[in-house]
Ligand binder design. Sequence first.
Ligand SMILES: *[C@@H]1O[C@H](CO)[C@@H](O)[C@H](O)[C@H]1NC(C)=O
Ligand SMILES: *[C@@H]1O[C@H](CO)[C@@H](O)[C@H](O)[C@H]1NC(C)=O
Ligand SMILES: *[C@@H]1O[C@H](CO)[C@@H](O)[C@H](O)[C@H]1NC(C)=O
Ligand SMILES: *[C@@H]1O[C@H](CO)[C@@H](O)[C@H](O)[C@H]1NC(C)=O
Ligand SMILES: *[C@@H]1O[C@H](CO)[C@@H](O)[C@H](O)[C@H]1NC(C)=O
Length: 342
Amino acid sequence: MRLIALLLLGLMEVSLAQDPFQWLSSLHSRGYASLQADNTGGECPEECDCPPTFPIAMYCDNRNIQKMPYIPSRMKYVYLQHNQITSVPDNAFGNATNLVWVMLHENHINSVGKQAFAKLSNLNRLYLNNNNLTEVPSNLPRSLRDLRLNHNKIGKLAPNAFEGMENLTILLLHHNSLQDIGVGLKGLKSLTLLDVSRNQLKKVPESLPEMLHQLYLDSNSIGAVPANFLNQFSNLQYVRFAHNELTNKGIPQNTFNNSGLVELDLSFNKLESIPVVSTSLQHLYLQANQIKEFTLGSFCSVVDVMNFSRLRVLRLEGNEIGAGDVPSEAALCLRLASDIAV
Ligand SMILES: *[C@@H]1O[C@H](CO)[C@@H](O)[C@H](O)[C@H]1NC(C)=O
Ligand SMILES: *[C@@H]1O[C@H](CO)[C@@H](O)[C@H](O)[C@H]1NC(C)=O
Ligand SMILES: *[C@@H]1O[C@H](CO)[C@@H](O)[C@H](O)[C@H]1NC(C)=O
Ligand SMILES: *[C@@H]1O[C@H](CO)[C@@H](O)[C@H](O)[C@H]1NC(C)=O
Ligand SMILES: *[C@@H]1O[C@H](CO)[C@@H](O)[C@H](O)[C@H]1NC(C)=O
């Protein structure tokens, strides 16, 4: 009777929470640990849950773990986030070389064995964000597709840190202490998203991968963008330079007149005039600069009035102009803009 009631209770919770693993761990935490004995999925470390319905996953998140637990070799997905792990030794993954996802974010990791990840040749997601790393771990698998290292204390990138990662698509490095990116990212031929915001970059990185689609450089100390910087990327659509030290002197005439861009964020800089942008740009953020004049020629050709701007959102508040400075011809040029804030 009691067992049936328990199962019914469980079923109710499954339908409520829509997550069998959550249900399992909630039973576990209420002391119904004996159910775990029914586990036919294989061995499982005591401090983790290995749902028999999904025996290749191991859930060890949020439980004050201080040391890497033993990881059975059948595992493909391991969730270890939000614990107090400080180190990942060389033998941490032992024979679990089939791992596809390893979630280690929100720990206190400050040391990683040089060979710790080396044998994980199928690994495609590695989340190490929000730890205490001072460098990118060595010998990361080339199979990675999504690598998150944001919110650490990484100060330098070794030139070979990402070598051979031909499928790496997402690389998050924001909130670190990088002063320079070096040349180590150049070869990442699949990289589409690079976030290096909130570092200490003084200039735009020189060699970045060509397939980038999103490039986030906000909250650094960048003062200039070379004329052809954006033209080296054929797929770039979203660019963020907010909270830097850009001045008009540091931006040659056609730097941002790049027809592929959809969104450009130049807010919180030191611009005194509106840079020329392409007629195909849709979102332009210029708030909190020192712009003194609304120059329609920055958006549209004065000669060819038919070539109107595709801009939809234009943010200009916190500058030295007011609504009265927007010329009446703007209605024709910026005819698609539904959100102009001055
Ligand atoms: C790994 O596999 C080898 C060979 O099958 C075995 O001898 C060894 O004990 C295993 N190590 C662990 C940590 O399971
Ligand atoms: C990070 O590492 C430093 C030593 O490198 C240590 O002093 C500090 O307590 C660590 N912080 C956390 C949150 O683990
Ligand atoms: C990249 O992905 C392709 C296709 O899935 C795969 O064949 C190749 O082995 C991967 N490269 C690496 C270095 O893992
Ligand atoms: C912006 O670029 C386009 C295409 O390259 C060019 O025709 C146009 O004259 C440029 N705009 C300005 C103001 O230089
Ligand atoms: C007119 O607009 C198209 C597409 O928006 C652009 O490629 C072209 O360079 C523009 N010409 C001028 C003179 O701005």
